[in-house]
Design a protein around this ligand. Structure first.
Ligand SMILES: Cc1ncc(COP(=O)(O)O)c(C=O)c1O
Length: 481
């Protein structure tokens, strides 16, 4: 008999309370050890399919194994073979650094197995989701008609928003939507899922700072209407992934109000930076958007799958999504008791609001505001450091917490191709030496290195040592020819 069956209380899938506690303590210890050792570990770890097949491929065992061994194996062989997105020197893509209370909230919500689709299914959690969504409403400056829901992430939030936009426009046959050439592909994918033809997902050119060009937008709309298209929505970036660019929100709001277009803001990356006073001013006009996608798993320090959609008039979201099947008739408690399953794609949903609530209750808003502002300050300081460097140049100045740059030593007159090869080499070296994790991008076709600094544990030392290493790797690559 294996020890897992010894643990069983008449049911082979059940563990005794004492064993549950032992295993929970072991799991907690393994996670805390990982968090403690993060700064001294590389910011990235991965493996090829062949390497990982050798470790993980097996048939499901017929008999259970010792749970300690199973947990240890997960913690040693599987979980670490991944990007350490919460590492203080993880600057790639968009980092995510959850607070400990938010991690515990995920565990608590899973432990209570909350079904957060209807008020009947989860009254307390639904009330808390109302409360936290109302916090977000106030941060944005939305009216009391506004509401929303937690989603898996920005992609799901924008998809839900486009369903509402399509319905608000009467679901025309030849619908078109507009977004900048810097918009995240999640938006074009969401638009095509709701039935907009790919060629009618219109990419508007951006200006020299990667912000949507209003004149180009207006001309495109005029031309499309002449060609028989029905524009339904305009999307703005409040923090484009590539550069952190913020589109002219107030001007887009003016146009949308004049033409009765749905105004959607993709603030998946940048949205929660609104907690910073300077960003709040930069985001002026966002409160006029019909919908806003914001990822708390990015700049509000939550674990993954804490996205959020906010809608200025939540009844428009509910009228697009609400369904009344007879088998759910008991769940209708009336207007004051929202069924969050009626605001989006998912009926079975986990209790995501608890993560945000527990972390804000624990640390208070002051701590969150200063953590957000610190990211912005570090990006600005990185820009200044790069500007003062003899070997690095700014490709796009810091915007929110993203700074784009490249190695291009003064006086060397490198060709575009040489520069690209050198910068590619630098990026590889940064990762293979375990210095940091950094991703690259292309700005108007030109290769660029990019730092996104939003981790609340990142210090100036982390940023500065990475920039120094980049200079060093660049000079070494240059002298190697
Ligand atoms: C600006 C922007 N929009 C949308 C997304 C997609 O969000 P998610 O990955 O949460 O689905 C991202 C992801 O990084 C993003 O940066």
């Amino acid at each position: 008999m294996t020890s897992s069956t010894e643990d069983a209380l008449g049911n082979e899938l059940q563990l005794s309370s004492a064993r549950m506690m032992e295993l929970a303590e072991l799991a907690s210890r393994l996670i805390v050890e990982r968090i403690d050792s993060l700064p001294t570990e590389p910011a990235w770890c991965g493996g090829t399919r062949a390497e990982l097949e050798a470790i993980m491929r097996e048939d499901p065992p017929e008999e259970g194994r010792l749970p300690e061994q199973v947990l240890e194996r997960a913690a040693r062989e599987i979980l670490p073979v991944a990007a350490r997105v919460d590492h203080p020197r993880f600057f790639a893509f968009v980092p995510s650094s959850p607070t400990w209370p938010s991690v515990l909230a995920d565990y608590m919500a899973a432990g209570h197995n909350v079904f957060q689709g209807t008020w009947l299914g989860a009254s307390g959690p639904s009330q808390l989701e109302v409360v936290v969504i109302d916090w977000f409403r106030d941060w944005i400056g939305y009216p009391t008609t506004a509401g929303g829901l937690f989603t898996s992430g920005g992609s799901a939030a924008s998809l839900d928003a486009f369903v509402a936009a399509r319905e608000a426009a009467g679901a025309p046959d030849c619908a078109s939507v507009y977004m900048s050439d810097q918009s995240h592909t999640a938006l074009s994918r969401a638009a095509t899922i709701v039935g907009v033809r790919p060629e009618h997902v219109r990419k508007v050119p951006s200006d020299s700072r990667f912000r949507l060009d209003m004149n180009a937008l207006r001309s495109m709309i005029t031309k499309d209407r002449e060609d028989g298209l029905s524009p339904i929505a305009i999307c703005a970036n409040a923090g484009a992934t590539n550069t952190g660019a913020v589109d002219p929100l107030a001007a887009i709001a003016d146009l949308c109000e004049a033409e009765n277009f749905w105004f959607h803001v993709d603030a998946a990356y940048g949205g929660f930076a609104i907690l910073d006073e300077g960003v709040k001013r930069l985001f002026e006009g966002i409160e006029r958007a019909d919908s806003i996608a914001m990822d708390a798993h990015k700049w509000l320090f939550q674990p993954f799958e804490t996205g959020c959609l906010m809608v200025k008039d939540v009844s428009r979201l509910e009228s697009a999504f609400s369904v009344r099947p007879e088998y759910l008739q008991d769940t209708e408690w009336g207007r004051d008791h929202p069924n969050f399953g009626d605001r989006g794609l998912q009926l079975s949903r986990s209790f995501r609001a608890l993560k945000v609530w527990m972390s804000i209750q624990t640390f208070g808003m002051k701590a969150f505001r200063s953590a957000v502002s610190r990211g912005i300050g570090l990006a600005k300081k990185a820009e200044e450091w790069i500007r003062a460097s003899e070997t690095l140049e700014i490709a796009n100045p810091a915007s929110l917490s993203v700074v784009c740059f490249r190695f291009n030593p003064k006086g060397k007159n490198l060709s575009g191709r040489e520069m690209e090869a050198l910068n590619e080499r630098i990026q590889e070296r940064v990762i293979e030496t375990g210095t940091a994790m950094m991703s690259s991008t292309r700005l108007r076709g030109e290769y660029s290195l990019r730092l996104c600094i939003i981790n609340y544990t990142t210090t100036w030392d982390d940023v500065c040592s990475t920039l120094e290493a980049i200079e060093r790797f660049g000079l070494e690559a240059l002298s190697d020819g």
